[in-house]
Ligand binder design. Structure first.
Ligand SMILES: [Zn+2]
Length: 112
């Protein structure tokens, strides 16, 4: 049986969880990975705050992965060990790599 995980459906920044979303990145659905029998999809457009949008424009994957790992920690109120941070980073890297190679364009959005 294949478990499925869907990412990318939210009204907060898809990278750092900020609620100050200013840019929408148009992105077709794509499969992130099927490693370990878990099929991960990215569904729909991605949202980004000002800071993360700039990182996307600069294709600064390292910083985007870093923000994403931090937001995971904040959301769960935990601090990863170095080892855990690297493991989560690898997972985030795969998702963000997929996004960077699939998104087709962007627009500013008005709501703050
Ligand atoms: Zn952000």
């Amino acid at each position: 049986m294949i478990s499925e995980i869907f990412v990318g459906q939210s009204s907060v920044c898809d990278f750092c969880d900020s609620e100050m979303v200013v840019v929408v990145f148009y992105c077709p659905d794509f499969i992130v990975s099927e490693a370990g029998g878990i099929k991960q999809h990215s569904i729909g457009d991605w949202m980004a705050c000002h800071e993360c949008a700039n990182l996307v424009y600069e294709s600064d994957k390292t910083k985007l992965v870093d923000s994403s790992v931090r937001s995971y920690e904040n959301r769960r109120g935990i601090a990863y060990t170095q080892e855990e941070r690297e493991a989560v980073g690898i997972y985030m890297d795969e998702i963000i790599e997929g996004f960077l190679s699939h998104y087709t364009g962007s627009d500013l959005i008005d709501e703050a």
